[in-house]
Design a protein. Sequence first.
Lengths: 114, 112
Amino acid sequence: EDKVVQSPLSLVVHEGDTVTLNCSYEVTNFRSLLWYKQEKKAPTFLFMLTSSGIEKKSGRLSSILDKKELSSILNITATQTGDSAIYLCAVAPINTGTASKLTFGTGTRLQVTL
Amino acid sequence: DAGVTQSPTHLIKTRGQQVTLRCSPISGHKSVSWYQQVLGQGPQFIFQYYEKEERGRGNFPDRFSARQFPNYSSELNVNALLLGDSALYLCASSLQGHWPQHFGDGTRLSIL
């Protein structure tokens, strides 16, 4: 069974700090790893990493996929209070047939304080 | 463009009742997936539908069922509700075979 483990479970930092969130996975027929941000309701898409795109960056957020270690990190620099959220890591298998299933970790709850 | 829309936003039911949740995907998306998110956990896959057919099923009992309509909207039905069914139910849509999936705001289901 596919498995995703995130660490830490929760984190409290001061505004301006840099944080690193971790995700490790075990999945059959790995295709991609996705990061989502969940504030109150809908998880919103941040990044997708694949074998052909192992590093992504958008503003203060960046992510790297380590295919050898079966893991990924999400970095947030110069954190702001608006970064407070749950960050979810998910893996997607190669579509066998037409199924499209994401397996999620439990998430990392990030709180940024003034 | 409108995102994924779900209704209702909140729902309170009692044990043993039945519930129907609704989802409209992003325009042009033909694949709809349902997830259950229990408090403190990540979303867990329930179903995926494409072209009105079930294409994937997670480890949920037969009390859970779903269907997809010709306009690609979808319904999730849960019968004989249990206290443990209390959760946020998320719908996600995507182009079939493509990532990422885009999520709606969910339906918060509370069972008393």
